[in-house]
Unconditional design. Structure first.
Length: 158
């Protein structure tokens, strides 16, 4: 009986250790993911252009700090030749996006707007246990993480 109890405790310790490592480990490569586009089409990591830098911005429409994304729409347009901008909203429908964005500013936006309907972004992109919105994840032309770009203000480094 003691051997069974020790085995159970050992399995629990290994499982807890794995969970803690998995939540804190940050991958340096673009992860596999799948989100819905605003037209309900699927967008996956295979849709991300290779050979071009990509910036993912994860946000919610009810986040006061996320409103600053609207101030960067012109900048996103100006860098669209060499950087793909992917805006990922923690939303289930487009209704709140329409109220969040200045639709006139989005008229010639060349990036992507995605819906994270199941709140998968934090685990897909290894955000860990604690994070604040908006979250930026930037990747180089080879789809490797650029760790120095972590906020909207850092986008000038790209």
């Amino acid at each position: 009986m003691k051997k069974i109890a020790k085995a159970i405790v050992l399995v629990l310790i290994v499982c807890i250790g794995y969970f803690a490592f998995d939540r804190c480990y940050v991958s340096n490569e673009l992860p596999s993911f799948e989100y819905a586009m605003t037209n309900n089409a699927s967008f996956t990591n295979d849709n991300v252009p290779y050979g071009k830098k990509t910036v993912f911005i994860y946000f919610t429409t009810d986040c006061p700090d996320c409103k600053a994304i609207n101030n960067y729409l012109d900048y996103f347009k100006s860098i669209s030749d060499h950087v793909t901008i992917v805006l990922v909203a923690k939303e289930t429908t487009t209704k709140n996006l329409i109220e969040f964005f200045d639709i006139r500013e989005l008229s010639d936006f060349k990036g992507y707007i995605l819906l994270d309907q199941y709140d998968d972004f934090p685990s897909d992109f290894d955000l860990g246990i604690s994070y604040s919105f908006p979250v930026l994840k930037a990747y180089d032309e080879n789809q490797c993480l650029i760790p120095s770009i972590r906020s909207l203000g850092d986008l000038s480094k790209i």
